[in-house]
Design a protein around this ligand. Structure first.
Ligand code: ADP
Ligand code: ADP
Ligand code: ZN
Length: 219
């Protein structure tokens, strides 16, 4: 089963994708994570993406399409029961390319799960977000704290990082990029009849339950 977890920055896509990896053995394909890894490694794509990401704008379609296409050809992805696209596609051009790509690889999209969250809540979610430096588990200053302060629940790590673009100013431009370039994709997928809306304002466990129900209905 291949799905898109769709929603604005901070909606909870990464949080929910990690849970679905565990419950369903699906593989999370986050273009944001892949781009941050490319920036860190200093690859050609990383060099091109760095400034754009810091401004909260979208990197070129060409870069993310190539990254995703290469990733879909890797052995672990091919062996998995399916993938979760997280943060991709973000433009109509990317969605059209994804359709072609999936066709040519003999894959199909089963559903687009849309997480609905108000803009004000997004700013609060993003500015409080942090991540375990060792295992990548996501946390929030208010909404998802580790059981023991300063110690990662998953791996016991004690170092945490915050994203350079998770500040209020950049969040505003990321939200306008979302409304201008990404939200039109909901219509694109509505016309294919595969959109499933979920109340992303609910608590994290509740959102997980809603998504699991949607996936059960698709299976
Ligand atoms: P968020 O947590 O806001 O959903 P991501 O980690 O998905 O953020 O993305 C971080 C940044 O990486 C974006 O602001 C954008 O600059 C870039 N990016 C990620 N995915 C894409 C994409 N599919 N198309 C263009 N740019 C992307
Ligand atoms: P995205 O991948 O869509 O950008 P994340 O999954 O990283 O979003 O979530 C953004 C922040 O909000 C994280 O700190 C996360 O712990 C928190 N969060 C995620 N889902 C919820 C929720 N339903 N309610 C409250 N906080 C949430
Ligand atoms: Zn950890």
């Amino acid at each position: 089963m291949n799905i898109i977890l769709f929603g604005p920055p901070g909606a909870g896509k990464g949080t929910q994708a990690k849970r679905l990896e565990k419950s369903r053995n699906l593989i999370q394909l986050s273009t944001g994570d892949m781009l941050r890894a490319a920036v860190k490694a200093g690859t050609e794509y990383g060099k091109k993406a760095k400034d754009v990401m810091e401004k909260g704008e979208l990197v070129t379609d060409e870069i993310v399409i190539n990254i995703i296409s290469d990733r879909l050809d890797e052995a672990d992805v091919k062996a998995a029961p399916g993938v979760i696209f997280d943060g991709f596609p973000r433009t109509v051009a990317q969605a059209e390319e994804l359709d072609k790509m999936l066709d040519s690889k003999g894959m199909k999209l089963d559903g687009v799960v849309v997480l609905d969250v108000d803009d004000e809540a997004l700013v609060e979610r993003i500015t409080g977000r942090y991540t375990c430096a060792k295992c990548g588990k996501g946390y929030h200053d208010t909404f998802e704290k580790p059981a023991r302060e300063g110690v990662c629940d998953e791996c016991g790590g004690t170092e945490f990082t915050r994203r350079a673009d998770d500040n209020e100013e950049t969040v505003r431009s990321r939200l306008s990029a979302y409304h201008a370039q990404t939200s039109p994709l909901i219509d694109y997928y509505e016309s294919k009849g595969i959109v499933k809306k979920v109340d992303g304002m609910a608590a994290i466990d509740d959102v997980t339950r809603q998504i699991e129900e949607v996936l059960d209905s698709l299976a």
